[in-house]
Design a protein around this ligand. Structure first.
Ligand code: HEM
Length: 440
């Protein structure tokens, strides 16, 4: 059980948005617990943020996620400061100038409402079904075995390794680039560019002397746009539109009666890379940390590898890498008797819901045999639930199968560092390990 946040602190003083707080202490479990206990539907007002309703209970978040008729994704999907929003607004403006789009289109799936959302999602979904992903798992396992072998070599050579960087970052990227048909020789370039779009503004990432983060971000967006449009064009010319991969499906799709333009397709591809990379990477890194901190659970899995599926679900609950997503009320409504007015924002704190004792007995125990495990790491099972859930599960299964012989020989070594980017996603920037018992 977590201690409650400073009981002397008034609810109005509780801080759940400052980047500094997250960087210093990781997820603010105590603050979230206190809100869930005392004010689960909490009107949160702080300088620098548009006010919003902070939801921390599993039941309430599930309700909002399953009520698209009451809560829209179009207006505001993240709790961000004006500084964090500005670069994305500039990018939107750039796109509308270059391509002549109206301001809120194109957008990733997470920013759309029905019917547009359903049509774009349906076009891609056949590539992401549990069956399609099960077919890829052995390939993911082969890749993971290779990455783990390289990690072992690195450990043998240097004595330590950073599993966030040297291991966890590799499979999710390979999986998503494979799925999109990105040639192998371009992976490193695209990864670096993608990373700039995600973290150009975060203080935790080093910048070159005199570098302008805004310029770096915009250059990265332009390069991704160029690359993905080109890829879409080339692949369509090659396949003549007959393929069944994500790209071909998007190119064939009729959305609200019209085909998607190449630059709209490119945006969906960019969005898949963005949504699917950091998330799975940090679930892998967080899972490794959880096992190294809970050796009894690792031993259970070694003794009975059939527990792997349950272990993956517990890793997803435990790491809860997606932090906050927002919806906007389309009409006046109520949650737990609190009146939410049309136009107000509700913010779903997924990790807080995944430690809700009403949904999970002993929520702060990492327990791979937890059953049932109704975590909402992939969202609250509504229309917008994560389209990559089966992909992420297949990646986690493959990676932990490959890691199982090696994990018991490792221990955490030195400081691990997790940042929270734009309150959207947590990110391990370092997670150092060494061979057990090695002398420093
Ligand atoms: C551990 C890994 C992952 C976690 C924890 C995660 C979490 C989430 C969450 C919480 C949402 C929002 C749900 C909502 O608004 O109700 C979401 C949506 C989404 N995710 Fe993931 N995700 C993961 C992996 C992936 C992967 C591998 C992909 C790649 C395809 C992906 C692509 C997406 C997309 C495109 C959406 C928007 C779906 C929609 O609005 O219809 N995610 N994810």
């Amino acid at each position: 059980m977590q201690p409650l946040a400073d009981a002397g602190q008034s609810l109005a003083e509780i801080d759940i948005t400052s980047e500094q707080l997250y960087d210093e202490k990781g997820y603010p479990w105590e603050e979230w617990d206190r809100l869930r206990t005392e004010s689960p539907v909490h009107w949160y007002q702080r300088p620098g943020y548009e006010p919003f309703w902070a939801l921390t209970a599993h039941e309430d978040i599930s309700l909002v996620a399953r009520s698209p008729q009451l809560f829209s994704c179009r207006q505001r999907t993240a709790v961000e400061t004006p500084d964090e929003i500005e670069p994305w607004e500039t990018e939107r403006e750039r796109r509308s100038q270059v391509y002549g789009h109206v301001a809120d289109y194109p957008a990733g799936l997470g920013f759309m409402d029905a019917p547009l959302h359903r049509q774009v999602r349906q076009a891609m979904y056949p590539c992401f079904t549990p069956k399609a992903m099960a077919a890829m798992e052995e390939r993911f396992y082969d890749l993971s075995t290779g990455y783990v072998a390289e990690l072992v070599e690195r450990l043998d050579e240097h004595g330590t390794a950073d599993v966030a960087h040297d291991l966890a970052a590799r499979l999710p990227l390979a999986a998503i680039f494979d799925l999109l048909g990105v040639p192998h020789e371009d992976w490193d370039h695209l990864f670096a560019v993608h990373q700039d779009t995600a973290s150009a503004f975060h203080k935790g990432y080093k910048q070159e002397e005199g570098e302008d983060a805004q310029v770096r971000f915009m250059n990265a967006m332009i390069e991704l746009d160029r690359y993905m449009s080109e890829l879409a064009r080339t692949r369509m010319a090659e396949g003549g539109g007959s393929g069944t991969d994500v790209l071909s499906r998007l190119a064939k799709a009729s959305v609200l009666g019209d085909p998607l333009a190449f630059h709209d397709i490119s945006y969906q591809l960019f969005n898949l890379v963005q949504a699917g990379n950091g998330t799975a990477r940090n679930a892998i890194a967080g899972g490794i940390k959880a096992f190294l901190e809970n050796p009894d659970q690792l031993q259970k899995l070694i003794d009975d590898p059939t527990l792997l599926d349950g272990a993956v679900e517990e890793i997803l609950r435990w790491t809860s890498v997606a932090v906050v997503m927002c919806r906007t009320a389309l009409q006046d409504t109520e949650i737990r008797g609190r009146r939410i007015r049309k136009g107000e924002t509700v913010a779903m704190f997924f990790p807080a819901a995944n430690r809700d004792p009403e949904a999970f007995p002993d929520p702060y125990a990492f327990d791979i045999t937890r059953s049932p495990n109704r975590h909402i790491a992939f969202g609250g099972n509504g229309e917008h639930r994560c389209i990559g859930a089966a992909l992420a599960r297949a990646e986690l299964r493959a990676m932990f199968r490959a890691l199982l012989p090696v994990l018991p020989t490792l221990e955490l070594h030195g400081e691990s560092k997790m940042l929270v980017l734009r309150l959207l996603i947590s990110e391990f920037v370092q997670l150092p390990v060494r061979r057990k018992g090695a002398v420093a």
